[in-house]
Design a protein around this ligand. Structure first.
Ligand SMILES: [Zn+2]
Length: 329
């Protein structure tokens, strides 16, 4: 297979702390011989495993960049047993545009795996992670949140995997992250995901959804920072035990957990994130925005649980994810 054109401006192996870029040549109207420059920090200490930490796979999700820029600035090599590779803004072009997908090629980083070395910008970044960074890693943490169109209760997630031993190691790392909620996630569409790429290589993988709406709250930033430190402690890369508080375990494996909108209109949620919902309870109404005097369409919970996620903007369209109901385990 063709070599990937991305070059790291820093050595990823030798001891010490280095800040640099993943440099991807990109010829475009504003810069004929220009490059996409994706910030990367590597911290290498004594013997130990490698953690690969990423944020902003989607450019409008900001908890990851807040927590990982903080870590990159403060982590010292002497505190590390092993290696920490930090890419706070994985889809850097999307992050700069504050959009989910890349403004260069429309690429959705978390649907672009395994990527292509001779593909679009997003596919080249995916290929670099697939063939260069992921193989270096023992444990992989990818911090997501809802972005501009979704909002979630803050949760860390693990997937149901064919290999029970690997799944147990992923669940242990999810529990170590220790978000207020811990989710056994069944993906709507797992093809092309970074998660799947890492899991298929046998890595310990943790994902998160730590809020949403396209911004960061004080509490969601604090959850992200504590979770990152906890995962590094769990891996034995940082000294000490993870700080563990109560976490509610949820599951989305049942029919009816993902509620899709069948209507266009004005969204009125009837329950808020974290609220308990009983099967049959009205959870949202969608109002007709083309006329007054019309009855809204009411959506009811198909099962009991808590409201774990919701459409964020006030207007909603047919096919949008309206709500996610997490079932208490
Ligand atoms: Zn995301």
């Amino acid at each position: 297979m063709r070599a990937n054109p991305i070059k790291s401006t820093i050595d990823l192996d030798g001891p010490g702390v280095r800040h640099g870029h993943l440099k991807l040549p990109h010829s475009q109207d504003g810069s004929a011989w220009g490059a996409v420059m994706i910030p990367i920090t590597v911290v290498v200490g004594g013997q130990g495993p490698t953690a690969l930490l990423t944020g902003a796979s989607h450019g409008d999700e900001h908890e990851g960049p807040v927590a990982l820029l903080d870590l990159a600035r403060t982590l010292k090599a002497k505190a590390v047993s092993g290696r920490v590779i930090i890419v706070p803004m994985m889809n850097h072009p999307a992050f700069l545009a504050a959009t989910r997908t890349s403004p260069i090629d429309g690429g959705n980083m978390n649907r672009a795996f395994p990527g292509k070395p001779d593909g679009t910008v997003t596919e080249k970044i995916a290929d670099y992670f697939q063939r260069t960074l992921l193989p270096m890693a023992d444990i992989v943490l990818d911090i997501h949140s809802g972005g501009k169109t979704l909002d979630f209760v803050p949760f860390a997630a693990a997937h149901v995997l064919a290999d029970a031993d690997q799944q147990a190691r992923c669940v242990a790392a999810m529990e170590a992250f220790n978000a207020p909620y811990s989710m056994m996630l069944s993906e709507l569409d797992a093809v092309g995901m970074y998660d799947t790429a890492a899991e298929d290589m046998g890595k310990v993988f943790v994902s998160t959804e730590l809020g949403g709406g396209g911004s960061v709250s004080a509490s969601s930033a604090a959850i992200a920072k504590r979770g990152v430190a906890n995962v590094l402690k769990h891996a034995g890369i940082l000294d000490g035990d993870p700080e563990i508080a109560a976490s509610v375990t949820l599951d989305t494996g049942t029919q009816g957990c993902f509620v899709a909108s069948g209507d266009d209109g004005l969204l009125e949620m009837l329950v808020d994130l974290g609220d308990a919902v009983e099967k049959g309870r009205p959870i949202a109404r969608i109002h007709d925005v083309k006329r007054s005097g019309a009855e809204p369409v009411t959506y009811h919970a198909e099962l009991s649980g808590i409201l774990a996620g919701r459409h964020f903007p006030g207007l909603i369209a047919m096919g949008d994810c309206l709500a996610v109901i997490g079932v208490l385990k």
